[in-house]
Design a protein around this ligand. Structure first.
Ligand code: URP
Ligand code: ZN
Ligand code: ZN
Length: 454
């Protein structure tokens, strides 16, 4: 006998309707009415969402001489408590290393996962065997790649590598994702700021102005247009960048766009008080950029909302150096994405419930080869289900979070709704935002090749 979820309002990317769900084993077996079972859970008054998918996290990332506060165990635990049932993290090739070695290392780190997980592969060092290795990765379920146009002298690649990787990914039905900021210019601006003794956190933002994002976006979209390859822009933060994307879409470029809650809800005024907490790349922008990105979501010009979760403690990691350029880049968010987007998106009428599901679940599933197993509520899909009670009010605070980090950028933000239950492939893992299954049951996901998107 399976489990029946009775009386909830099912929300998919396209529909909202009242029906019961019958779960048996790992799958949704039926959707309808009048199912019988020993285990009937009353979910009336609640929304039933497909498990959220965070397609941009960095757990156990070693960078700038330190390691992120969240590893795969703590990060995926926080994720599932917040309603995220799958994450896609980044394996990264370091110079001189093969892609397969980089993947192997990341697999070794990805232990004790509480939600399902997959990997993108960051390519930083192109050579004659890289194309062949990309083919091998496709077979291993790593069907998307990442290129950095920033982080000069470490992760940054040049336009030739972007061109090669795009051509290859088009050939093998992979998808290239890109961090778009002009790293050469940033490097010069940082040197200038340091020589003028401008070391406060606000100079992180000043040395990475919006135009360097816009320049990189328009350049990469030109290369994408030249090759005919589809492309995915990660963590869009600016209105200028969005305008370039709209322009490229008009020219027929098949571009997918991600933004993150921090670029919708936070702005650069935060750099003046404990500003180290907000040192992330791209940096926080202006309120006008927040507004433009919300508008982009409302008009379906942006496809996904991920977190870029990359957590470092404020005490001992972020606040150690009084030089903005020495502070590890990144901020936490994996736990709070669904609640933030519901509270500040749906409740403020900026996006609909169906758009919420599209951006947090269905679109990432379609773009990154998980659909229809994941990303929807349908017969035959994995029973990755979030029961969301919209009537419970709370406040986000580091004091009650599960992320293994000593702050949250959303301290004091109102939170409408509670993750009443999270099911992962048919197993109840979370009840009332508490873990009820202590065994980490997350599995590696072999993702399918890219099929053109939505
Ligand atoms: O500051 C950030 N975002 N750190 C993580 C790496 C990246 O650029 O996505
Ligand atoms: Zn990035
Ligand atoms: Zn990132």
């Amino acid at each position: 006998m399976g489990i029946v979820l009775k009386g909830g309002m099912i929300i998919t990317a396209s529909d909202s309707y009242k029906a019961d769900i019958y779960i048996e084993g790992e799958k949704i077996q039926a959707i309808g009415n009048d199912f019988t079972s020993d285990e009937i859970i009353d979910v009336s008054g609640c929304y039933i969402f497909p498990g959220a998918i965070d397609c941009h996290t960095h757990f156990a990332l070693e960078t700038m001489g330190t390691i992120t506060a969240d590893d795969f165990a703590t990060g995926t635990k926080a994720a599932i408590i917040g309603g995220t049932t799958a994450i896609i993290d980044y394996a990264t090739q370091y110079k001189g290393e093969s892609l397969l070695t980089a993947l192997d290392k990341q697999f070794k780190k990805a232990v004790n996962c509480y939600c399902d997980f997959g990997f993108h592969m960051g390519i930083t060092d192109w050579n004659e065997s890289t194309g062949y290795e990309m083919e091998r990765l496709m077979i291993l379920g790593v069907t998307s790649f990442k290129l950095y146009m920033a982080y000069k002298n470490s992760l940054q690649v040049d336009d030739g590598v972007i061109y090669q990787a795009l051509k290859k990914s088009k050939d093998i039905s992979g998808l290239v994702t890109v961090h778009c900021e002009n790293g050469d210019i940033i490097n010069e601006l940082v040197k200038e700021a340091i020589s003028e003794k401008h070391l406060f956190p606000i100079y992180h933002a000043k040395t990475r102005p919006d135009i360097v994002e816009k320049e990189a976006i328009s350049r990469v979209l030109t290369i994408s247009e030249l090759t005919g390859a589809s492309i995915y822009i990660v963590h869009l933060s600016t209105n200028m960048g969005l305008e370039s994307i709209i322009d490229a879409k008009r020219r027929g470029v098949n571009v997918f766009v991600e933004t993150c809650p921090q670029y919708l809800l936070l702005d650069d005024s935060l750099y003046f008080s404990e500003g180290e907490k907000y040192i992330m790349s791209p940096p926080l922008r202006k309120i006008e950029d927040n507004i433009a990105l919300w508008k982009g979501l409302s008009n379906n010009l942006i496809d996904t909302v991920a977190t870029d979760h990359c957590s470092f403690n404020y005490n001992g990691q972020k606040n150690c150096d009084h030089n903005f350029s020495k502070i590890p880049n990144g901020a936490p968010g994996v736990e709070h994405r669904l609640a933030l987007m519901y509270t500040y998106g749906v409740m403020k009428n900026r996006i609909t419930l169906n758009q919420l599901v599209s951006y947090l679940s269905t679109n990432p599933a379609k773009i990154f080869g998980l659909f229809p197993n994941k990303g929807t509520i349908a017969v035959g899909s994995d029973a990755d289900i979030v029961v969301y009670d919209p009537n419970v009010k709370n406040v986000i605070s580091a004091k009650n979070q599960n992320q293994n980090v000593d702050y949250t950028p959303y301290e004091g933000f109102e939170k409408m709704g509670l993750v009443k239950y999270t099911f992962l492939r048919g197993r109840m893992i979370v009840k009332d935002e508490q873990l009820v299954e202590n065994e980490p049951l997350g599995k590696y996901i072999y993702r399918k090749p890219f099929k053109g998107g939505m």
